[in-house]
Write a protein that binds this ligand. Structure first.
Ligand code: 7RM
Length: 675
């Protein structure tokens, strides 16, 4: 059987011979086609052959997909013109298209009543369906409102809203008119929001009166008011009603829902060049101010679309759910742009995993009959901590693919996810990628049907991705069983094009550390079987007596302990070893074991799993770890706290800033006890 990557498209641009045979539309020619046939790459019999082709004939591979998957207003003449050394990337040069046209209009034309969004509101059992036709109408109305108030191609618009159809339509309205959106997580502080608006010189902000998250009210509009007071670039604040709260009116305010009702439901699309910027998204670096990662139009959309369909194996009638927030790149690529470009039905999750109880996700999977479910390791560990009874209450048999992203998925969490949630019948894809890569780069699927999936690693490079591991002297490490800095050798369409307003920082961060390569900032281990495991950020690497240890390796071993829900390790100065290890442990909810006993068992686990030198010098049991909103552990804060510093740098992205003081106190107390 031939390989099925581009199975959703037929080659026939006039009328497809499979029309009527099966009720499924070809995204290119808008007629029905057979899902399981392969037209695009009929000569490749295996995944490995096609992967090799994608590396050796990169241009042919991507040009073919760009033609079949995207709707072009004008075809491109040059597939790519890229230069890694100079950090210059141009894909599908000469082409013209519009993202909203690709994500909404072309589907609204042929299947207007297909559900585009399932809005899973904060209160469970309250979902709202939005069809492609309705999404098109909302998008056009917002586009008209923005244009009527002077927002133009190239302008920057901040979006500060909860996961909701109107937020998605606002993103699409921006790309429809060629304005760049910058979505800011609706929970970031006034300072964090203001810093992003200022850096991007946004001329408009789109927000909601309030947000509801886990039954709690979040005062979005009040935060916007305080932020906008410090942002002279902002001319208008469009306010949509989520709760209908009675809030004071500010001079820049405009009622979005009312203006939408008055606006025309049709709106012309802006013709965009392939390389025109589509959006930017801020991501915090370990030092300095947040970076506005800027993405392209054609390359970004193609990469999001191809990865979404082939990693998650999304079929035409599937209900696909990625529970990420739209304020994170995962929300952009795998809640909004990838699924909508593919004409899929995508769930928009407004709530939190534990509301009203830790069965929320699983109750939702049963109620909405979800087929693909994509979340973050932090959520899996949190739910694992709450016990097995929650998933066991629900029928999870609709699930086919489980995914996770954001951090290494430790073995214990992998098995729990696979066995308790996937009932050992699903493909579990641990996907590695970054805000900067635009989409998934290392992932167990796609691969040969039934090919092995190994716990604890993302394993296989995606099509067109050639990972490379280099050592600290910039030497390329060839062969297997090597550990070093994870780089990518060749350009791919989804790569970010610059850091907004600071191309030098873009070059310094990603292209100068290892000339000729894209540097991810992560460490990786290419195992003896050729599979990739990500060991954590290289700036988190710990060096104990000359042994380099990734934080993930030590944490994975610690998390194997039945009482431990999660952990974070950092390096601390040590007079003899250079660095020693300090481990912070969060215990599961129902643990009754004595802490001294847990500590000694954890030590022996690490000693057996890695080596004696990896055994922590100090273990502290804490109620929670400092994490970003997207669930990443901020080890930098733990390092500063142990060093006795009281200034923690940019903590605006912390999910719960108060935990820092709690941990600091426990740390001081434990030091006192030691003395
Ligand atoms: C999508 C996203 C990127 C950083 C990345 C890694 C870490 C992400 C994995 C992972 C191990 C994974 N974008 N990371 N996925 N580490 N295994 N599967 O997370 O820009 O916010 O973060 O996240 O360190 O560099 S991001």
């Amino acid at each position: 059987m031939a390989y099925h990557l581009a199975a959703r498209f037929c080659k026939n641009t006039v009328s497809c011979k499979f029309a009527k045979a099966i009720n499924f539309s070809c995204l290119r020619c808008n007629v029905s086609t057979v899902v399981s046939s392969s037209f695009e790459f009929p000569n490749f019999k295996t995944h490995n052959e096609l992967h090799e082709f994608s590396i050796n004939k990169t241009d042919e591979f991507w040009a073919s997909l760009a033609h079949s998957r995207l709707k072009w207003l004008k075809s491109f003449h040059t597939t790519q013109q890229c230069n890694m050394d100079e950090g210059k990337f141009a894909w599908f040069f000469g082409g013209q298209l519009n993202i909203a046209d690709n994500c909404v209009d072309r589907h609204a034309l042929v299947k207007p009543d297909k559900v585009a969004l399932i809005w899973e509101k904060d209160e469970p059992g309250n979902q709202q369906l939005v069809t492609y036709r309705e999404l098109q109408e909302m998008t056009c109305r917002i586009a008209n409102v923005l244009k009527a108030h002077g927002v133009q191609k190239g302008d920057r618009v901040a979006i500060y809203m909860p996961n909701s159809p109107i937020a998605v339509a606002s993103m699409l309205a921006c790309v429809r008119i060629g304005a760049m959106h910058t979505v800011v997580f609706a929970g970031f502080s006034t300072e964090a929001l203001a810093a992003r608006i200022q850096d991007a010189s946004c001329t408009a902000v789109i927000t909601s009166d309030q947000a509801l998250r886990g039954g709690k009210i979040i005062e979005l509009k009040r935060t916007v008011d305080a932020a906008v007071a410090k942002c002279p670039s902002v001319k208008h604040v469009f306010v949509s009603q989520r709760t209908g709260a009675d809030l004071p009116n500010m001079p820049l305010d405009l009622p979005l829902d009312k203006l939408m009702a008055q606006a025309c439901q049709h709106s012309a699309i802006e013709i965009m060049e392939s390389e025109d910027p589509s959006f930017m998204l801020y991501t915090s670096g370990s030092t300095g101010k947040p970076k506005g990662i800027q993405h392209s139009t054609a390359g970004y959309l193609l990469y999001a679309s191809v990865t979404h369909q082939s990693v998650f194996n999304v079929g035409p009638d599937d209900v696909y759910a990625c529970v990420a927030d739209i304020g994170w790149i995962t929300g952009h690529s795998y809640v909004v742009y990838g699924p909508l470009a593919n004409g899929a039905t995508t769930v928009l999750f407004e709530s939190v995993p534990t509301y009203p109880d830790p069965g929320r996700y699983w109750e939702m999977v049963e109620r909405l009959q979800i087929n693909q479910f994509y979340t973050a390791p932090t959520a899996i560990r949190l739910l694992l901590k709450a016990g097995d009874a929650w998933p066991q209450k629900y029928n999870l048999s609709s699930l086919k693919v489980l995914g996770c992203v954001g951090e290494p998925l430790n073995h214990e969490a992998w098995h729990w996810y696979n066995e308790l949630i996937g009932q050992s019948k699903c493909d579990l894809v641990d996907t590695w990628w970054q805000t900067e890569t635009g989409g998934i780069c290392i992932t167990p699927r796609p691969s040969e049907a039934g090919a092995e999936i190994i716990a604890g690693m993302p394993m296989r490079p995606f099509f067109g991705i050639e990972p490379a591991i280099l050592d600290s002297s910039q030497k390329l490490l060839e062969g297997n069983d090597v550990i070093g800095s994870l780089c990518i050798k060749k350009p791919w369409p989804g790569i970010a094009r610059t850091i907004y307003g600071d191309h030098e920082r873009y070059l310094d961060t990603y292209f100068r550390p290892f000339p000729g390569y894209y540097f991810s900032g992560d460490g990786a281990h290419r195992h003896s079987n050729g599979y990739y495991q990500v060991t954590g950020r290289t700036d988190d690497v710990i060096n104990v007596s000359g042994h380099r240890l990734g934080t993930a390796e030590v944490e994975d071993a610690i998390n194997e302990h039945a009482a431990v829900a999660e952990s974070a390790v950092i390096g601390i100065p040590h007079p003899i070893k250079g660095e020693g290890i300090y481990a912070f442990l969060v215990l599961k909810d129902d643990v009754v074991l004595d802490q001294v006993c847990i500590v000694s068992e954890v030590n022996s686990l690490v000693s057996t799993a890695i080596a004696k030198f990896a055994v922590p010098d100090h273990i502290l049991i804490v109620p929670a770890l400092p994490k970003t909103r997207s669930g990443k552990i901020m080890r930098r804060i733990l390092r500063k706290l142990v060093a006795g510093e009281t200034e923690f740098g940019d903590v605006s992205t912390l999910a719960d800033p108060s935990i820092v003081q709690v941990i600091a106190r426990l740390h001081l107390d434990s030091n006192r006890n030691l003395m």
